[in-house]
Design a protein around this ligand. Structure first.
Ligand code: KIV
Length: 275
């Protein structure tokens, strides 16, 4: 495809000052819709544990779960770069296991994988790259470390933790990652990191100075009313649209309004003959 997005393409977008758009997808229809409007990067995020599976965090998501959703999403994507998340503990047990797990996602059609954090994974990132697997980084609020972080909260507010984020960002860039997600960090910290890196930063709850933005698609569509942190902007309220449609269907079935003749097949020829 002529303007297929590649990892190099994203770096060029940063150089030209063009903002990168990114969204999550877990299934074929939504992936196809997101891709058709020209979103640059689609992530099969382990956020699917919360949005798709209804869990309180992402820790139960397995490599098989992400591989399954990647297979579906792949079929809907023509232009965007498709990135799949390496879930909790799929890249910490051993390098061999981590490479095998990353390969599973690539075989399902992902073009890159995303890993959270920096500590203990820099050599692994280099091995993935040596094996031909592009890696996207993710620092700040890293949901797989939720118990270590003590909850879903903003990171890098103090000087020391902001400095650690900056060091991590530079170290990850030096390892060869092609882009870096900054999740829930103060706007000035994200801006400084963005200015220091030559690879693009993709923000979520990290303000307007990042090179691109990512959101969980379910959040921007307003699919769940019970989750609306400060950084989420709802561009639709699909939960009410869906509830209204389902309630109308249920009431029409109960009242005998649906199905009517216009939604039914006419009598069969055998039946007509008998009449
Ligand atoms: O899993 C996910 O959806 C993510 C994004 C929030 C960046 O990691």
């Amino acid at each position: 495809m002529e303007n297929k997005v590649t990892t190099n393409h994203l770096e060029k977008m940063k150089q030209k000052g063009q903002k990168i758009t990114a969204l999550t997808a877990y299934d074929y229809p939504l992936a196809a819709l997101v891709d058709s409007v020209g979103v640059d990067l689609v992530l099969v995020g382990d956020s699917l544990g919360m949005t798709f599976m209804g869990d309180d965090n992402t820790l139960k998501v397995t490599i098989e779960d992400v591989a399954y959703h990647t297979r579906a999403v792949r079929k809907g994507i023509k232009r965007a770069l498709l990135v799949a998340d390496m879930p909790f503990m799929s890249y910490h047990v051993s390098e061999e296991k981590a490479l095998e797990n990353a390969a599973k996602l690539i075989r399902e059609g992902a073009e890159a994988v995303k890993l959270e954090g920096r500590d203990g994974i820099t050599e692994l990132i280099k091995s993935m790259l040596a094996g031909g697997i592009p890696v996207m980084g993710h620092i700040g609020l890293t949901p797989q470390s939720i118990h270590k972080l003590g909850g879903f909260k903003i990171q890098g507010r103090e000087e020391e933790s902001a400095k650690k984020l900056e060091d991590d960002a530079l170290a990850l860039e030096n390892c060869g990652i092609f882009a870096l997600v900054l999740e829930c960090v103060p706007v000035d910290v994200a801006q400084k990191i963005t200015e220091k890196l030559s690879i693009p930063t993709i923000g979520i709850g990290a303000g307007q100075y990042c090179d691109g933005q990512i959101m969980v698609t379910d959040d921007l569509l307003g699919l769940q009313n019970n989750f609306k942190p400060k950084f989420v902007k709802q561009y639709a309220q699909l939960s009410s649209t869906i509830s209204e449609a389902v309630a109308e269907y249920a009431s029409e079935v109960k009242e005998g309004i649906f199905p009517d003749n216009s939604h039914s097949y006419g009598p069969s020829p055998r039946h007509l003959k008998a009449m």
